[in-house]
Design a protein. Sequence first.
Length: 202
Amino acid sequence: MPDGTGDSLKLGHRISVVGSTGSGKTTTGKRLANILGVPFVELDALQWEANWTVAQDDIFRERIESAISGDRWVIDGNYSRMQPIVWRRADTVVWIDYSLQTIFRQLLRRTLRRLITQEELWAGNTEGWRIAFASKDSLFVWLFTTYWRRRRRYAKASVSPEYSHIEFFRLTSPSKTLEWLNGLECDSRSAPAAATAKRCYS
């Protein structure tokens, strides 16, 4: 499985970005979509409704199918029950596979930022202190209960004949992800000036 750092990295047109809670799927997916000039879809935005209400599965499924009906897109999120719908059309999976310690630090910083700023998320929802740190629904609880299971699942999927139509790329650290995205951004430019070349390759 490519590690995402090769100079000749070539992506498909329909890309699924996956990884543990707090790994940076949305940040990576948004920048990737911007570099490629394609629509970005966040599964969380299709799943969550006002007051942290979960969309019914049939509605969630319809939203996903509509969002990925085009020929080019980047979509982020796990949702194992909906993964077959996405991966049936995807030709590329970008798997963000950082260490548990790295993801925990990222999740802690993100959670504190959202709590302090009351950043509006999907359908007007915001995170609260109790749910964030003192609830069975805490993302920290979710991270520790799903991290290893998801790693095994994506490692297995990457070599499964069922997904032979998909090219998997595994990113193992934030620095490698940044290097990879910067490389893609440089490759997407048709006329690199001296300043651009310095930014891209220094």
